[in-house]
Write a protein that binds this ligand. Sequence first.
Ligand code: IPM
Ligand code: MG
Length: 351
Amino acid sequence: MLKTVAVIPGDDAAPEAMRPVVALLDSLNIGLHWQYPEVGEAAEARTGSPFPAAAKRTIDAADTTLFGSTSGKSGAALHYLRWGKETYANVRPCRYLPGCASPLRDPAGIDFVIVRENLEDLYVGVEGELQELAPLNLAGRTIRKPVHAIGHGRYAVKAITREGSERVVRFAFELAQKRDGRRKLTCATKHNMLRETDGLFLDVARAVAVEYPDVEFESFIVDDFACRMIREPRQFDVVVMPNQYGDILSDAAGGLVGSLGLAASGCFGADYAYFEPAHGTAPDIAGRNIINPTATILSATMMLEHLGFATHARNIEAAVARVYAGGQTLTPDQGGSASTTEFCDAVARAL
Ligand code: IPM
Ligand code: MG
């Protein structure tokens, strides 16, 4: 079965991770067909648009997209993959592999997944001058003056919907059922301050929990959760949270097991999914062939599983684990001196 993957290698150091990972997957000979939609600066220079219609068509026609981290102009493609394709559940695993440079004394057994709501919250992109709010004369619960009168500044809208919360919470419960974990779902919100928005998210989660009696449900205020995530990370299985907390805490989770270079992700919607490392483009190390490709490899294994190649995905994960356990060929962020391509070669050999 031929599967088409649209590849967007990304910016700065990201393509240096993407190229050997595509080569690694290609060497499996499982019928993956790669397409490279032109986006970002190159597309803009040639067509006038950083996300031309042809790129959109390629993404739409593909079975999935493998996306390297982007900054700047290719952000338009990321917008399309999230909001255009409605990929509402951003799945970000945090699993300790022995040999990774975790800052914890005893990181063994850390294995949880953050499910980040991917489309709503403060990321709806509605911001403006506080003065624009004067006609609404909005009085806050905490400040004494109408919000436009507290000073000269800006606002951002935080929007949480019942539908958006419900679908991501259901997704998280179903993941907890499928995963080989402890069948537990933790919800993290700031409902004590944000009673209407995060309060709604939590209310929805509690209501949906009744339908999944086989999954233990618990909830924490997100700041408390942040502390628990570091002090007792083995307590967690699947954790669901609104967009911004998930963005921040998934980077923290990457740091917990070793580095951002380990943080993989997959964004799932009703009829499309795409896969991307959770980290940024690492401009400080661009061009040096030292970016840790693990996040890209593990995002690619999530993709393989999604495409129906679960066995190949498990084999590559096992190969990555062997390379870390061996400790001979690690990238600088993990205390080694191997290059990106040497790491990928080591994974290929372990495979
Ligand atoms: C991530 C990134 C993105 C986000 C940026 C690049 C827009 O930080 O995927 O976590 O904030 O979602
Ligand atoms: Mg982020």
